[in-house]
Design a protein around this ligand. Structure first.
Ligand SMILES: Cc1ncc(COP(=O)(O)O)c(C=O)c1O
Length: 369
């Protein structure tokens, strides 16, 4: 459906960039996104990627509040540009850039007390957090934690930013991940499936007044911009994606299929000495495995010294599934967790084949390692 829309768009003659004018497709998309929030958002800025959406969110928060620090959660993944990296969990992705990156405060995930300490000096522009931390190992922020974060941000004059680049657009069974908790952020980001998996597009939605406070006069209105952000083709893809996800029953079916998939997965893996937990929301899930402790199954013994110390179980399961043409991936910051994120349109037969293959792979590893 999305391909058809793109083909139709490309076969017409609509201008693509609408330089210095409002692109009507961007305008319609912004309106549709804001309407879908059912809450008070006012401005949408379009970018070409998730990292860029995060940059826009950070810059707006810094200018709108006049404060220069952004608190972020341990284990976070917000993208690979320098601003986003300054909010990234410690480790491989960011450590080579320490010293270049802004010195932003990191707080433990899901710890409201630590957040209170970080915000209490009132020098923090915003707290950025993912409603579900994916790369940290599918860690779901509880409703109470998000409610506390909302109250603390209000109390100390900080903005609350949700990074929904991964959790947005139906992945968790609601259009936006924050709609589970009902906690409304001041700013949130979207990207990835916003373009239907076909066309790069990111977006930042902001509460009333923020964009104006940050950039609101003739001199400043161009200081954050993007040449291709909100181009017509990307917006057409996003509008069609919203049609698909917004169709009656679509999100309910994501929730139902997610529940069925991960419950069956839990049953298939129960009893394995390697299983630590299965966590999920909608069709976003992860399986945490204990590591095998076999002298031959160490990275350095297979010539991969650079991976020394990293969990190996998940990667061995990944490789075994690949033989059956099933692709899974471990989480970037926690290799002991295999992420399970089928397409939102996945059918029950494919889920059953997956559960079977995963059950076999984990059993094989448990018996042989
Ligand atoms: C939560 C989150 N934020 C930001 C990003 C960065 O998005 P992009 O790769 O489109 O720059 C990602 C990418 O994986 C992500 O998962």
């Amino acid at each position: 459906m999305i391909k058809e829309t793109l083909r139709e768009h490309l076969s017409g003659n609509a201008p693509n960039l609408f330089v210095e004018n409002l692109n009507p497709y961007a305008g319609t998309l912004a309106e549709r996104l804001i309407d879908a929030c059912g809450a008070t958002f006012e401005t949408v800025f379009f970018s070409n990627s998730g990292s860029e959406a995060v940059e826009a969110a950070l810059k707006t928060a810094i200018l709108a509040t006049g404060k220069k620090r952004v608190a972020h959660a341990e284990g976070a993944y917000h993208g690979t540009t320098l601003g986003a990296l300054a909010c990234m969990g410690r480790g491989l992705y960011r450590d080579d850039f320490n010293g270049v990156l802004a010195d932003f405060p990191e707080v433990p995930f899901a710890d409201a007390k630590a957040l209170e300490n970080a915000l209490s000096k009132e020098d923090v522009a915003a707290f950025i957090v993912e409603p579900v931390q994916i790369e940290a190992g599918i860690r779901i922020a509880g409703d109470e934690y998000l409610q506390d974060a909302r109250k603390l941000c209000d109390r100390f004059g900080a903005l609350l930013i949700f990074d929904e680049v991964h959790t947005g657009m139906g992945r968790t069974g609601t259009l936006f991940g924050w709609q589970h908790s009902g906690v409304v952020p001041d700013i949130f980001t979207l990207a990835k499936s916003l373009g239907g998996g076909m066309v790069p597009i990111g977006a930042v939605l902001m509460a009333e007044g923020l964009w104006r406070r940050a950039y609101g006069n003739y001199l400043r209105c161009e200081i954050h911009n993007s040449t291709f952000g909100g181009n017509a083709l990307a917006c057409r893809a996003a509008l069609k994606t919203l049609d698909v996800i917004g169709a009656s029953g679509f999100l309910a079916s994501v929730r139902e299929r997610g529940e069925a998939l991960y419950l069956r997965l839990t049953q298939a893996l129960e009893g394995s000495r390697l299983l630590e937990r299965v966590a999920w929301r909608g069709l976003l899930g992860g399986i945490k495995l204990k590591d095998v402790n076999h002298p031959w199954l160490q990275w350095e013994n297979v010539g991969l010294e650079e991976l020394r110390g990293r969990p190996i179980s998940g990667v061995l399961v990944m490789e075994r599934l690949a033989r059956r043409n099933i692709l899974v991936q471990v989480c970037a910051h926690d290799w002991s967790v295999i992420r399970v994120e089928p397409p939102l349109t996945v059918d029950p037969d494919a889920c059953a084949r997956f559960v079977d293959a995963m059950g076999e792979a984990v059993r094989w590893l448990g018996e042989n390692a």
